[in-house]
Design a protein around this ligand. Structure first.
Ligand code: G4P
Length: 526
């Protein structure tokens, strides 16, 4: 096998997603511990990693204690190279998470055993489903009282709309929690609360092995056997291809805080999770093993240092090998660039790297050349798909509070929008600028960053809007008629496309009813 194929097949690039507080940070930390990327875990505060890590680039993050950043943690585990793409926990930054999901090959979902499936998990799963991303589920906090595991499985199937297959099974829960039976490998792990170490596994022949009775007592052993029989009767046997096709999600149980069930999850994950998958561009599908380098920008991160307003563009390598100092085509601008200081993300460090393989993320210093979604190639005209903007949910007019700084304000707004912080629309009726976000916090971030990074002051003014949606039609006359009738509610996005601003759900529904020839889109990619 040529070396590039070796490199590709050993890579696992994924994100951990959850509703806030389900245990994503704790699980991430434990995975880093197994990879030797950090040396102490558990005793530290749950989000300490975020605070001491390189994702600490933005002042605002420190102030709010919320990880606004999406950082990348790469480490080696056995023969595997693992890249965890961190996603912001706060739901106001969901858009960042959606984008990060375009750069991963699989996902681990963490669910709290007491709370089950929560809103944020449901939304993120929708994105995974849209992209056919393979999913493994980790049911966390078994050391606490929680719901019946069979109930949780039913809820996962109903709420996440995916078939599930338990690969491990808990023996009791909460104060009586005794351990986990690994259905996949016929092993029993006995629970010992420990934040630093992995519990010893007990190898057994099969579910009828009397060693189980000795370890957990006859009653619990009998219950476990009954549960496993039920599971084998209800759920079809686990098939790796179904997981890779994203039709079945394997489920593990454990306690991230107690480093329990995590190693089982990781060992199974590296074995079954996909290596870098083919990526679809508008022109064609790109295979990771192709000789020529291609990649796309999924995230732009503002640098900590406000004096040098350089950013870092996070590029996912889709095919070929990225070489330092080679010339690459920036397809959108048609210009060629060389990168002399590309950075790799190994665990918590950033370091200059000479070669980057498919599946890996490379950080490129960016002085304003990149926008989210940009493609880099060795010359081919290629545009990667799959980075839609979702119709925002909150809107405000942005106004200049310091007329001496108009230029700075405009530049700041442009660059923040390139980074994908929010969406900008220009009202066609009054030419005012409207910023659309998915959460209130983003308005504060924009105001803060405009002031601290660009020296510009803005203020927000209310606009009563329910949704902004992109419109199109095959019938130009119908389109013109619609725009004429709704001229007070028309805006343009940054690409100059027509956007309809609906001030209520009712208005939107009426518009859809009255103008059947118009198509209304709720994501920018159609
Ligand atoms: P998140 O990133 O998904 O938001 O969750 P995070 O890991 O920060 O975990 C949220 C809380 O749940 C933390 O407690 C964490 O210690 C706790 N937790 C995580 N895994 C388990 C588990 O397996 N069992 C139990 N009992 N708790 C768990 P916290 O009180 O918010 O923070 P801390 O003071 O403990 O650090």
């Amino acid at each position: 096998m040529p070396p590039i194929n070796n490199e590709i097949s050993r890579r696992r690039t994924f994100a951990i997603i959850s509703h806030p507080d389900a245990g994503k940070t704790t699980l991430t930390e434990k995975l880093l511990l197994f990879g030797g990327a950090i040396h102490v875990a558990g005793a530290v505060k749950s989000n300490k990693i975020k605070k001491t890590a390189t994702s600490d680039w933005m002042e605002i993050e420190k102030q709010r204690g919320i990880s606004v950043a999406t950082s990348v943690m790469g480490f080696n585990y056995g023969d595997y190279k693992i890249n965890i793409l961190d996603t912001p926990g706060h739901q106001d930054f969901a858009e960042d998470t959606y984008r990060t999901l375009t750069a991963v090959d699989s996902v681990i979902i963490v669910v709290d055993v007491a709370k089950g499936v929560e809103t944020q998990t449901r939304k993120l799963m929708e994105v995974c489903r849209m992209r056919n991303t393979p999913v493994i589920i980790f049911v966390n906090k078994l050391d606490r009282e929680g719901r019946d595991p069979f109930d949780i499985l039913d809820e996962l199937e109903n709420e996440l709309q995916i078939n599930v297959r338990p690969l491990s099974w808990p023996i009791n829960i909460g104060a009586k929690f005794k351990g986990v039976y690994n259905i996949y490998e016929h092993q029993l792990s006995l629970f010992q609360p420990d934040k630093q170490h992995v519990t010893e596994r007990v190898d057994i022949r099969d579910i009828n092995d009397p060693a189980i009775d000795q370890a957990v007592g006859e009653d619990d052993a009998a219950q476990l056997r009954a549960d496993i029989e039920l599971i084998d009767g209800v759920y079809p046997e686990f098939n790796e291809q179904d997981y890779l096709d994203a039709t079945v999600a394997p489920v593990f149980f454990g306690s991230a805080l107690n480093t329990f069930g995590v190693k089982e999850l990781l060992d199974c994950f590296v074995r079954i999770a996909p290596s870098p998958r083919p990526v679809t561009a508008i022109e064609r599908t790109v295979e990771p093993g192709e000789e020529r380098f291609t990649g796309f920008v999924f995230k732009i991160h503002a640098n900590m240092d406000p004096n040098h307003r350089s950013c870092i563009a996070f590029v996912k390598v889709c095919s070929g090998v990225f070489h330092r100092n080679a010339n690459y085509l920036h397809v959108r601008s048609g210009k060629s660039y060389r990168f002399s200081a590309p950075t790799a993300f190994m665990a918590q460090k950033k370091e200059i790297i000479d070669e980057v393989y498919p599946g890996d993320i490379v950080g490129l210093p960016d002085n304003g050349i990149f926008k989210i979604g940009d493609t880099l190639t060795e010359g081919e005209q290629l545009h990667f798909r799959g980075l839609p903007s979702f119709s925002p949910e909150m809107f405000k007019y942005i106004e200049n509070s310091d007329p001496m700084k108009t230029k700075q304000l405009n530049k700041g707004i442009e660059q923040l929008m390139d980074e994908g912080v929010a969406q900008l629309f220009t009202h066609q009726f009054n030419n005012r600028k409207i910023i659309g976000t998915v959460g209130q916090l983003q308005f504060e971030v924009i105001q803060y960053r405009l002031l601290h990074e660009y020296g510009a002051q803005c203020r927000w003014e209310p606009i009563n809007l329910f949704k902004a949606c992109w419109i199109e039609s095959d019938d130009q006359e119908a389109l013109d008629a619609f725009k004429k009738r709704k001229h007070q509610f028309m805006a343009r996005d940054r690409e100059g496309r027509d956007v309809f601003l609906a001030d209520s759900n009712y208005v939107l529904q009426m518009a859809q009813q009255d103008f059947p020839k118009i198509r209304f889109h709720f994501t920018s990619e159609f």
